[in-house]
Design a protein around this ligand. Structure first.
Ligand code: FAD
Ligand code: UDP
Length: 399
């Protein structure tokens, strides 16, 4: 915890930025380096990087603290901006799904079809299979429809229904089509998990990337372990940038927004332990526990949704490995609002908060929690850069 000096008068700063994740730190960097503003960034957590935080664990393995964070983008602007602070380790993110007692190639592609029929096949045959089983839904209205309209019931039930029920504690029918629609479905052999053209991890990890942004921003001061309530006692400001949960900012005045959360169970294995357990046979190479960086478990009888072994993606040269099992949880169990829940009901509540937010002339609401959107990191960086250019910089110039 930081030590506050008792002040009778609040210290005045240009900007207070709440949240040291991508939204907050990118905005602070722009405000400081492009507009010459003095910013204080606070975070109630004891570390930088928000949900993208990573660290070297006791086994010496670089791991992601809040679930795997696979960086990807189609935006040249975002890539150029972040490349000022990091080099990249290119990754073809590949995962598997474990269902009905076997590992499957996933997301669904021609290899998955061959595994299903138990013999070599062709793209044409797979396409005509899909044509025969898919339900003709022109405009899928929810997450069930978006999948069955592409691959039919059997593949939907094997890979999506159970996973989504566990993850969201809601039926795919109740969830926006964008939730399962994120997952690509391909008829060729491209088995990459993600669609974007640039797929890579910061070479030295996310936390180092954040440290470099701050090293290059001498006008930005960071105070960790500090909530907005605490900081309000000590500072006054011209501009507040808020990247926390929007319903919490407004004391849930329009009702609580729903969030889904996770619990993580971590295990590490030394090279000797992996050998003793015969993991090389399963992983396909020594030094690893499972055959891919992520294995999904859609089965309804298994509590967790996925096991992540991030060393596959980071390429870190270390003989031990670490895995993390993800157990979906209610927000009330963890107090960590990891996922906004995209349903028509939550969208209606969010619209009321958005109106309140628009009336706050000296506060900018930014990032995944403050805009209640299931955004990826690159989208949040783009949002911060655009918001700075269009709104914040102009607003400061007018003052
Ligand atoms: P955050 O990173 O959540 O940062 C907000 C910060 O604000 C937090 O650190 C919080 O402690 C702080 N805060 C909130 N309220 C207060 C307050 N009142 N006072 C002080 N501090 C406060 N994206 C990808 O691109 N690829 C992925 O593979 C990927 N995987 C993900 C996996 C999981 C399990 C999760 C949960 C998210 C994943 N994401 C992924 C999304 C990614 O985490 C977000 O896009 C990104 O973290 C958003 O950045 P942010 O700054 O908006 O929010
Ligand atoms: N999903 C699924 N089965 C899978 C993988 C994903 O049903 O094997 C669904 C699930 O609803 C999940 C959504 O697709 O929440 C998006 O998946 P993604 O892997 O992008 O989730 P995230 O990494 O954001 O947790």
């Amino acid at each position: 915890m930081i030590e506050w000096i008792e002040l009778s008068v609040k210290e005045h700063i240009d900007c207070l930025v709440v949240g040291a994740g991508f939204a907050g730190v990118v905005m602070a960097e722009r405000l400081a380096n492009a507009s010459g503003k003095r910013c204080v960034v606070i975070d109630q957590r004891e570390h930088l990087a928000g949900n993208a935080h990573d660290f070297v664990d006791d086994a010496g393995v670089l791991v992601h603290s809040y679930g795997p964070h696979y960086f990807r983008t189609n935006s040249g602007m975002v890539r150029d901006y972040l490349s000022r602070f990091t080099t990249w380790h290119p990754v073809d993110y590949q995962i598997k799904s474990y269902a009905d007692g076997q590992f499957w190639s996933f997301p669904i592609n021609l290899n998955t079809y061959e595994e299903m029929v138990g013999r070599p096949s062709t793209e044409e045959e797979f396409k005509s299979y899909l044509e025969s089983v898919r339900l003709p839904i022109a405009e899928p209205a929810n997450s069930e429809e978006v999948i069955i309209s592409q691959v039919g019931k059997e593949l939907y039930e094997r890979f999506f229904e159970g996973y989504t029920l566990k993850q969201w504690k809601r039926h795919p029918k109740e969830l926006d089509a964008s939730v399962c629609g994120r997952i690509p479905i391909r008829t060729n052999r491209d088995d990459r998990y993600l669609r974007e053209e640039f797929q890579a991890l910061p070479t030295d990890g996310y936390t180092k990337l954040f440290e470099r942004i701050l090293d290059e921003s001498p006008r930005v001061q960071v105070k960790l372990g500090t909530s907005l309530a605490e900081a309000s006692k000590h500072y006054s400001w011209d501009l507040l940038v808020f990247t926390g949960a929007i319903d919490q900012y407004f004391d849930e005045r329009c009702g609580p927004l729903p969030y889904r959360s996770l619990k993580f169970e971590r295990e590490s294995y030394s090279a000797e332990q992996l050998q003793q357990q015969g993991r090389e046979k399963i992983a396909g190479k020594p030094g690893f526990w499972q055959p891919a960086m992520q294995v999904n478990y859609p089965g309804k009888d298994i509590e967790f949704t996925r096991i992540v072994e991030i060393k596959h993606a980071t390429g870190q040269a270390v003989s031990a490995t670490s895995i993390s099992r993800e157990f979906p949880a209610g927000f009330e169990e963890t107090n960590e609002p990891y996922y906004p829940v995209p349903t028509p009901e939550s969208a209606a509540i969010y619209r009321r908060y958005k109106m309140l937010a628009e009336a706050e002339t000296s506060t900018v609401f930014l990032g995944r929690l403050a805009t209640y959107r299931y955004y990826n990191m690159d989208q949040v960086v783009a949002m911060a850069l655009k918001k700075f250019d269009l709104q914040v910089q102009g607003g400061f110039d007018r003052r």
